[in-house]
Design a protein around this ligand. Structure first.
Ligand code: MG
Length: 119
């Protein structure tokens, strides 16, 4: 079981992720609607893992990832990607994300990736 922070500007995506992760026995310690909020909540909550959307208002997922990894080089940030984001995925690897999950979500794939990185 992991303590997870969900960062996504889509309320529907957050709800889907929460359902998948809770069914996997994980605890959702917080939800943030943009990268800035996500970074602030990361500092406050110290989650075991962060799911990070890329396209968000105020601060996008790449910038938020950069702030989080700078604050805690061991942070586990799992990027949530959509079609056509290959350049951003490359940037996210350079910035230190641990892995990717593609939208639309495959429940089993999300569950497996989270277990892989938190057990
Ligand atoms: Mg988004």
């Amino acid at each position: 079981m992991a303590r997870i922070l969900i960062v996504d500007d889509s309320r529907i995506s957050r709800r889907i992720l929460r359902n998948i992760l809770e069914q996997g026995g994980h605890e959702i310690v917080g939800e943030a609607g943009n990268g800035k909020e996500g970074y602030e909540m990361f500092l406050e909550l110290h989650p075991d893992l962060v799911t990070m959307d890329i396209t968000m208002p105020v601060m996008d997922g790449l910038e938020s990832l950069e702030h989080i990894v700078t604050a805690d080089p061991k942070a586990k940030v799992l990027m949530i990607t959509a079609a056509g984001q290959k350049d951003k995925m490359m940037q996210a690897i350079k910035l230190g994300c641990i892995d990717f999950v593609a939208k639309p979500f495959d429940d089993q794939m999300v569950a497996d990736i989270v277990v892989k990185h938190t057990s």
